[in-house]
Design a protein around this ligand. Structure first.
Ligand code: FAD
Length: 181
């Protein structure tokens, strides 16, 4: 069983996956690299003067995988709450279980509806740490702010949710601070 299942492989899902895998969580990301980032040319991502969305995605996916995160090239067709956490079903008939579930599905909010999450014009209702009304179920990125989206905002939301999960696991506030050797 994975610690964290992440549905969606855009900046939000990959950022959450990066923080979680880097800090020892067993993470599976589901996605087929269908993000609109492939249309974008970024000049507004702090710290990176310019990069194509495709290169951003390539580097992000590699960062996650190099740290041991799994990215499964498959669509998730169903997600449900279980006694121990959550289970997802994939288009190829597979089933995976995890303690936490993060929805990072971009403009696709169908799974959130299936899970009976509240939605408003802005998108799925979630707090600043991505917490929804269901314990252990988080929503991050474009699906929580359908009217305004930027890659750096989605990545930041993914990071905030990862820190929330890491804090829950640690039983105290968690920071991912590294220092110069
Ligand atoms: C033409 C264009 C240009 C843009 N230019 C810029 C720019 O210059 N700068 C900038 O900051 N932003 C730009 N953006 C916005 C940027 O693309 C978004 O802010 C960003 O993609 C949001 O990231 P996300 O991870 O929240 O969602 P997404 O990137 O949409 O990622 C969601 C991912 O989840 C996958 N997914 C959804 N449902 C499922 C499922 N059931 N199973 C498996 N996978 C699923 C999707 O295929 C997708 O890969 C641009 C967008 C467009 C359309």
């Amino acid at each position: 069983m994975a610690d964290v299942l992440i549905i969606g492989d855009g900046p939000a899902g990959l950022s959450a996956a990066l923080f979680l895998t880097k800090n020892g969580q067993n993470v599976t990301v589901f996605g087929q690299d269908g993000t609109p980032m492939h249309k974008a040319m970024l000049y507004n991502y702090l710290g990176i003067p310019e990069i194509t969305g495709s290169e951003f995605q390539r580097v992000g996916r590699a960062q996650v995988q190099n740290l041991g995160g799994k990215i499964e090239d498959v669509e998730v067709t169903n997600a449900e709450k279980t006694d121990g956490g959550f289970a997802v079903t994939t288009a190829d008939g597979g089933r995976r279980e995890g303690k936490y579930l993060i929805l990072a599905t971009g403009t696709n909010t169908k799974l959130a509806e299936d899970l009976s999450l509240a939605k408003e014009n802005k998108g799925i209702v979630a707090d600043g740490d991505g917490r929804t009304s269901v314990e252990g179920l988080f929503a991050v990125g474009w699906n929580t702010r359908l009217i305004r989206t930027q890659a750096i905002i989605s990545a930041g939301q993914g990071a905030a949710t990862a820190l929330e999960i890491l804090s829950l696991e640690a039983g105290e506030d968690f920071h991912d601070f590294d220092v110069v050797e």
